[in-house]
Design a binder for this molecule. Structure first.
Ligand code: MOS
Length: 700
């Protein structure tokens, strides 16, 4: 048939249920560790029980004699891997997942062996029976604000930015805030645990996985095992949450090793408890903020110093001073990110890395300054809207923060707020409201896409995107439909396969924007090829795109999504319990592709903010270095009962350089949310909480 696409516009911006929603709720959608393979063997990771030292010996013989056990891999017999290749974004490679290569134990929970058996139960029983002898060394797992080994370190951005004379401006200020804030270790805890199956098929390595970017995992596996990139295929069709934790980890590498040794498919799945050691986490932070302002609230001085931790294996920097580099300017403006190396697991990206803990400190300090000056917290922020990037000096690609605050104040009912703390009651509860600003970088990464006009009049998009629960697959369907000028029902989007070619990962809130760009490019060219009388052959007509050149030509701008967060809390002064009664966020996050899933993404972020403010806290045992309660019974996350009413809205916003106008909504929803809650707790009680989470014992 001929393919003059039916004229249709406006899928982008219209609510659309998830295209794979029915498959997910009926169980037809299979997650990585549910997909059957003939001849599958099961690996179980054995983790170090000591915090630091060496492996002296492993008693493998008794374990090899146990039912169903096929092999025990460890540093003495596992295949060697390379670790001297260029790392992600040109940095040093991260050897965190290069398991079984040496006898050193750099932190508690380091993988020391993989037991492979016919069934998961046999593998688990044998793994738990494996006796490992260690030579223990003293360890240091205690994170303190004044740790002697802390040093300034760059991460996403420089270690230090410095402008003006801080002490002079503080001395000349009408009001000064000088406060220290801390946030604890936090763990991603996606619902679906990490799991991977590896097998060799016709000389190619195939890995079925749950990840945030199959190219990322395929590229790392090719590097580690010295394979040609074309010899590695990684698929990841459905992902039950990632939050930054689903990159290359011990389980994929161990599964590939075992599949290589045993010449059969091998699956390795992490337990919830193992995820606390193997899947990364958010570093704790210790932050000091100094603000100085004139009587009218104009900032003269802003200093934001942040310390986070990393492992001895790899350097990751939770750059918590990041929001201060874009949110507010001052005559003297200093920011520092420092890191201390401890004998702990390597932290990683988690839910707005840098911005989430950084905004807690910065936006709490702004609230403290507003209190000291007797200025409304929203007015204080509006009076400090910068003309250009405070550190970059670049023009903003739209900064609609003021519109977010105005719209948020209207919807929330801020105008009637009595600024005095501790004066509202509802029975035994003290009531308060708080606000905070949010920001998160809006970026894009190079991506390729292939769009095929099929002979039956439908279209197939192949792009190596990842839908980690965000609704990305559906958003891309809408973008493709508009770009092809057809209804969404005529478009099928296939994702999560490294054979589709390179594309940006689902990370840094850049996925949908990066992938949409590539789809638009390919779709535009395809439409040109499909003149009204062109016959589509049985194999279809395919156009491929690559956004590398287009992104290289992007205008240099300070590009961020923004938001205004509002919270109302009730505090029981007798028990110390804090209940969030309602939350409201208004965001300026570029063009919203699918209002239905966008609302879910933004309110989901806000709920994580409640979780961060009140519940989440990873606790280490100093003696063993290990975790207390590494499970969802002890590590509290917000549950339904903690979230009575949460609303997300947005204002018109449009990235001027993006073909669809997208900026990114992935992570901005959590930013500022914890500060809004903490500021509301102050308003309710008159007490500042500078240490998260705001547990009942801290309220009392
Ligand atoms: Mo996000 S923490 O970049 O997955």
């Amino acid at each position: 048939m001929t393919t003059a696409p039916t004229a249709r516009q406006g899928a982008v911006g219209t609510a659309h249920t998830r295209v794979e929603g029915r498959d997910k709720v009926t169980g037809a959608a299979r997650y990585a560790a549910e997909i059957p393979f003939p001849g599958l063997a099961h690996g179980w990771l054995v983790l170090s029980t000591v915090a630091r030292g060496r492996i002296r010996a492993l008693d493998t013989a008794p374990v090899l004699a146990m039912p169903g056990v096929r092999t025990v891999l460890h540093h003495g017999n596992a295949p060697r891997v390379a670790t001297d290749y260029p790392g992600l974004m040109g940095g040093k490679p991260d050897p965190t997942a290069a398991v079984f290569q040496h006898d050193r134990v750099p932190h508690p929970g380091w993988p020391v062996a993989l037991v492979v058996a016919e069934t998961p139960e046999q593998a688990r029983e044998a793994a738990e029976a494996l006796v490992v002898h260690y030579e223990q060394e003293p360890h240091d797992v205690v994170f303190t604000a004044d740790h002697p080994r802390a040093r300034p370190t760059g991460g996403f951005g420089p270690a230090v930015t410095e402008k003006g004379d801080l002490e002079a401006e503080l001395a000349a200020s009408a009001a000064v805030v000088d406060a220290e804030y801390t946030t604890p270790e936090e763990y991603h805890n996606p619902m679906e645990p990490h799991g991977a199956t590896a097998r060799w098929e016709d000389g190619r390595l195939e890995v079925v996985d749950s990840n945030q970017g199959t190219m990322w995992v395929a590229g790392e596996l090719a590097n580690l095992f010295s394979l040609d990139p074309s010899a590695v295929r990684v698929r990841s069709e459905h992902v039950g949450g990632g939050f930054g934790s689903k990159g290359v980890r011990a389980h994929q590498v161990a599964a590939v090793m075992a599949a290589t040794v045993l010449r059969r498919p091998v699956r390795v799945v992490m337990t919830r408890r193992q995820m606390f050691s193997l899947a990364g986490y958010r570093s704790p932070t210790a932050q000091r903020i100094r603000l100085g302002a004139d009587a009218d609230g104009r900032l003269r001085a802003l200093e934001h110093r942040s310390l986070s931790l990393t492992s001895t294996v790899h350097e990751f920097n939770e750059s918590a001073s990041a929001p201060s580099r874009v949110m507010y300017d001052a005559d003297a403006h200093h920011t520092v990110n420092s890191v201390v190396r401890l004998d702990v697991g390597t932290p990683t990206w988690m839910r707005a890395p840098g911005e989430a803990p950084g905004s807690f400190a910065l936006e709490s300090a702004l609230d403290e300054l507003a209190e000291k000056l007797g200025v409304d917290p929203i007015d204080l922020r509006l009076r400090n809207e910068p003309e250009q990037g405070p550190v970059s000096g670049l023009p903003f690609a739209g900064r609609n923060l003021s519109a977010c605050f105005r719209e948020g104040a209207r919807r929330f009912g801020w105008a009637d707020r009595d600024p005095r703390p501790g004066v509202r009651r509802d029975g035994r509860w003290l009531l308060g409201t708080g606000t905070a600003a949010a920001s998160f970088p809006a970026g894009a990464g190079p991506s390729t896409a292939a769009v095929t006009a099929e002979a039956d009049g439908s279209f197939t998009v192949r792009i190596n995107a990842a839908d980690i629960g965000t609704g990305a697959r559906t958003a891309l369907t809408l973008v493709a439909a508009d770009a092809l000028d057809v209804v969404p029902d005529r478009v099928r989007v296939r994702i999560g396969d490294s054979d589709f070619g390179p594309a940006m990962i689902a990370g840094g809130s850049t996925g949908t924007r990066s992938w949409s760009w590539a789809i638009r490019l390919a779709a535009a060219e395809l439409r040109e090829r499909l003149a009204p009388d062109v016959r589509v052959p049985p194999e279809g007509v395919t156009v491929r795109s690559d956004t590398t050149a287009a992104l290289g030509a992007l205008t240099q701008r300070e590009r961020h999504s923004y938001g205004a967060q509002f919270a109302e809390v009730a505090v029981d002064p007798a028990t110390g319990e804090v209940r969030v009664r309602r939350m409201l966020g208004v965001f300026a996050a570029g063009r919203i592709v699918n209002p239905l899933t966008a609302r879910g993404q933004l309110t989901g972020g806000m709920v994580w903010g409640i979780s961060m403010a009140l519940h989440e806290e990873g606790v280490r045992d100093r003696a063993t270095g290990g975790h207390y309660g590494a499970d969802l019974a002890s590590y509290h996350v917000a549950a339904h009962a903690d979230v009575p009413a949460v609303e997300a809205h947005w204002v018109d916003d449009h990235d001027p350089d993006d073909p669809v106008g997208i900026k990114g909504i992935g992570e901005v929803g959590i930013v500022g949310a914890a500060a809004a809650v903490a500021n509301a707790v102050w308003h309710a009680t008159g007490v500042r909480h500078r240490h998260l989470p705001i547990r009942p014992d801290r309220v009392l």
